[in-house]
Ligand binder design. Structure first.
Ligand code: ATP
Length: 572
């Protein structure tokens, strides 16, 4: 649960209650001042004015202090909320995080998360409104019952009218949230430095500008609809208040004329009238907001709990330690992405021996990356279909496994920080070991690349940073696996795609030398890279088409032979 500072909460509550009482005291004092003015009682008049000022000063001081403290608490709270959200993402399964729905879900989580603090603010605001409305209503009923009844009715009518608009407002809010995702995307596409080359070369600005404009206009129209709804509500409420004030003015004027009320009463009744009306209607609004926010928070809590349960269930099931001394056995492995009709993998069976270098080849979309993510436990299957030393991966401690395995993915991260973090990301515990990190940079051929060595800033986050070429970024990503020296399993998904041919050969040899005795899985489209592997698995439409050594596969005259012959033509 999120932590509130109890002292600040109590103090804010006190400031709110005091402000409610002060507003009502002002009504009494205003009546007193006007009445004393009429009968020319100087001492009471002065006393009333001094008291009025003192109360106002005290209220202002309390408000200012409470606001300052609340602001600090709200900032701390926001940090805590964001931290919780990051934890929630960490606990979410990769397959869910890769689903397009996740972006929408995440915006919803952030939105609900922000509602924690708003709920607190509204709750203490509601307490203030109840005190304010009750005291001023009591004053009206006591002064002349009809004015109290009118204020109560108008306040309630305004409140109910507001409640009726809540559903529509929530609907528009949700549409706004969805739309924001799109227009932000087009805006980023048009303004990010990474997208500029293609935007300029293909002259895509007018096209995507139009798309952005459509979405942005849609957003503005929705926003206007929302504002209209709010203004309509405010205007109708105000109209009713004006009519009510006019009616009360006529009634009090009549009573003053009859001598039943004083001029001071008139001033105080007018003040109390608007206070009662406004606060009663605000009570309804606050109540509806509270209900609305609590629904969002309840949904978020449900997601949090679901994740907690999943994590603890995983801990129970995945109790077996990760041991990989003999082999990996893949047995009739099938896998379908939740948003796809066709399976990405269909009945895969294979065996990979400890210490083997296995290359995985196949056309785009044949399931290579899916297979390695499953082998690394990044995706989970319902069935027992992957075994490490005869123990199903489903029952194995994934975190322990990830301590003994590493991977360089096609879409590796380009950390826009410094060289040190880019290299040490492979083993963050060794981030201070400058000597080792420098060796790793040299190993991937970047020894002379950085002006400030490990402390060189990369990317675009600060003005002194430098960007790197695609191949240089890829080398940095490769250095991350070199930092690790106790892995049992190393996976490379197109590790050298961006490297020049000379560096590719040198780095591949170095990599294979470095990981001698370890199991290496190597996805590559280049048969030249794959041919050095102990074994090659060729994939086709989610299945294993053939497997064997380079020579065995050539002899078989199958798909590999075809790919080999095609690629050979480039060079001869
Ligand atoms: N996150 C995802 N959500 C839904 N479908 C996916 C996802 N990732 C991959 N797929 C689908 O699964 C199939 C296999 O994709 P995969 O990325 O494993 O192929 P690949 O052999 O690695 O391709 P490439 O050589 O292009 O990298 C493809 O049809 C792809 O569209």
């Amino acid at each position: 649960m999120y932590a509130f500072n109890k002292i600040i909460v109590l103090f804010s509550l006190f400031a709110y209650v005091f402000s409610a009482v002060q507003a009502n005291v002002s009504v009494y004092l205003s009546k007193l001042i006007v009445d004393q003015l009429t009968i020319k009682n100087f001492y009471l008049l002065m006393g009333g004015i001094v008291l009025l000022i003192l109360f106002q000063l005290l209220r202002a001081a309390l408000d200012a202090y409470a606001q300052l403290k609340s602001r600090k608490m709200s900032l701390m709270f926001a940090i805590q909320c964001e931290g919780k959200l990051i934890d929630l993402v960490e606990k979410t399964d990769l397959i869910e995080k890769e689903h397009p729905r996740f972006k929408g879900d995440f915006s919803y989580w952030s939105y609900s998360n922000n509602k924690y603090y708003d709920t607190y603010l509204i709750a203490i605001g509601l307490i203030k409104q109840i005190i304010l409305a009750s005291l001023s209503l009591f004053f009206l009923l006591h002064s002349y019952w009809l004015t109290g009844i009118l204020a109560l009715l108008v306040g309630m009518w305004r409140g109910v009218y507001d409640l009726l608009a809540v559903r529509r407002r929530v609907e528009i809010d949700e549409q706004l949230m969805r739309n924001t995702r799109s227009h932000h995307y087009y805006y980023d596409l048009l303004t990010n430095s990474e997208t500029q080359k293609e935007m300029m070369l293909f002259r895509l600005f007018p096209y995507f500008r139009k798309r952005w404009l459509e979405k942005k206009t849609e957003y503005a129209e929705l926003q206007i609809k929302l504002d209209k709804l709010n203004h309509q509500r405010t205007f109708r409420g105000e109209l009713l208040s004006i009519l009510n004030t006019a009616a009360v003015t006529v009634i009090t004027a009549y009573l003053i004329y009859k001598g039943s009320l004083s001029i001071g009463d008139y001033v105080a009744i007018t003040m109390a009238l608007s206070m009662t009306e406004n606060n009663i209607s605000s009570m309804f609004t606050s109540y509806s907001r509270l209900k609305e926010y609590c629904t969002h928070i309840a949904k978020l809590k449900l997601i949090e709990e679901k994740n907690e349960v999943a994590v603890s269930a995983e801990k129970n099931v995945r109790s077996k330690p990760f041991v990989f001394e003999k082999d990996i056995r893949i047995q009739d492995l099938s896998f379908r992405y939740p948003n796809q009709d066709q399976p990405a993998l269909n009945g895969i069976s294979a065996e990979i021996k400890k210490g083997e270098v296995v290359a995985i080849l196949g056309e785009n979309g044949s399931g290579k990356s899916t297979l390695i993510k499953l082998l690394l436990g990044l995706y989970q299957t319902e069935e027992d279909s992957i075994f490490y030393d005869d123990v199903s991966l489903k029952n194995m401690d994934r975190f322990q496994m990830w301590q003994k395995s590493s991977a360089v993915f096609q879409d590796f991260i380009r950390y826009m920080t410094d060289v040190r973090e880019n290299v040490a990301a492979g083993k963050i515990g060794e981030i201070e070991d400058s000597e080792k990190l420098e060796q790793m940079i040299a190993r991937v051929g970047l020894a002379d690349t950085f002006k400030h060595g490990l402390n060189s800033r990369l990317g675009f986050l600060d003005d002194g940073a430098v960007n790197l070429s695609g191949g240089q970024w890829q080398r940095l990503a490769l250095s991350r696996v070199f930092v690790r020296d106790d892995d049992d399993l190393v996976v490379f998904d197109e590790p050298t795609a961006a490297l020049d041919p000379l560096s590719e050969v040198r780095l591949m040899n170095d990599l294979l030398g470095h990981f001698k005795g370890k199991t290496v899985l190597l996805i590559s489209h280049r048969v030249g890279v794959a041919r050095n592997a102990d074994r090659i698995i060729v994939m086709e439409r989610g299945r294993i088409a053939e497997t064997g050594t380079h020579n065995e596969l050539l002899e078989r005259q199958g798909l590999y032979n075809e790919i080999w012959n095609q690629q050979k033509q480039w060079y001869v």
